[in-house]
Design a protein around this ligand. Structure first.
Ligand code: GTP
Ligand code: MG
Length: 195
């Protein structure tokens, strides 16, 4: 996909601030620091449109990015970040849950998980949440560049088993730094959104 236009539309906290039109949205979810913002930047080949950080907890609002005026990416704060207060964590999870369960524009959800490690309890819960709500989703295994290609199959099997998936087809190894997986992800987006 050639991205000729990408801009931040709004950083929202409440549904009243969400854009009020019919553009389809592709949302991301995953724990803090897994690489959600980097995923957006690498897909659209913009270095720092979505702000990233080596410190977890960088993204704190729902950030809507319009792409080619055809759809929007929605970058969300990560879950599982220990160094914020309980109240703050609760407010965050409510904000994300509200978006995921109520937003009619959302047509696709990418669940990002760190390919190097077993999925966490929250990763498994996120996948169950998507299944229970019948949200169309795909699982992106980030930081694939940190694993030797010879070990990829082992990690894919680990994820298939831990998430009780029927096959490895729903798993997409990805590297924001090396660009692995970009084409496959664009294929998923184009086919689900019928772009
Ligand atoms: P929050 O906004 O805190 O939820 O984090 P996030 O999920 O948006 O993560 P972010 O994109 O800010 O990336 C976190 C760190 O991981 C940064 O230091 C990135 O450079 C690094 N990172 C992200 N993707 C990759 C990748 O594919 N490979 C490698 N090696 N590093 C990555
Ligand atoms: Mg982020």
């Amino acid at each position: 996909m050639h991205v000729h236009d990408a801009e931040l539309v709004i950083s929202a906290v409440n549904p009243s601030q969400y854009p009020q039109d019919q553009l389809p949205e592709v949302a991301l979810a995953g724990r803090s620091n897994v690489g959600k913002s980097s995923f957006i930047n690498s897909l659209i080949a913009r270095k720092n449109l979505a702000r990233t950080s080596s410190q977890p907890g960088k993204t704190q609002t729902l950030n809507f990015y319009a792409i080619n005026q055809a759809f929007r990416f929605v970058d969300v704060p990560g879950y599982g970040y220990a160094r914020v207060s309980k109240d703050f964590r609760l407010a965050w999870s409510k904000m994300i849950e509200k978006y995921l369960s109520q937003r009619e524009n959302m047509e696709l959800l990418f669940l990002l998980m760190d390919m190097r490690h077993e999925p966490t309890r929250l990763d498994r819960e996120m996948k169950d949440f998507a299944e229970n709500l019948d949200l169309p989703y795909a699982i992106v295994l980030t930081k694939a560049d940190k694993i030797k290609p010879a070990s990829w199959n082992k990690h894919l099997s680990m994820y298939k088993k831990a998430l009780e998936l029927p096959s490895v087809d729903a798993l997409f190894p990805y590297s924001a730094t090396k660009g692995y997986g970009k084409e496959e992800i664009w294929d998923v987006i184009s086919s689900v959104l019928q772009l």
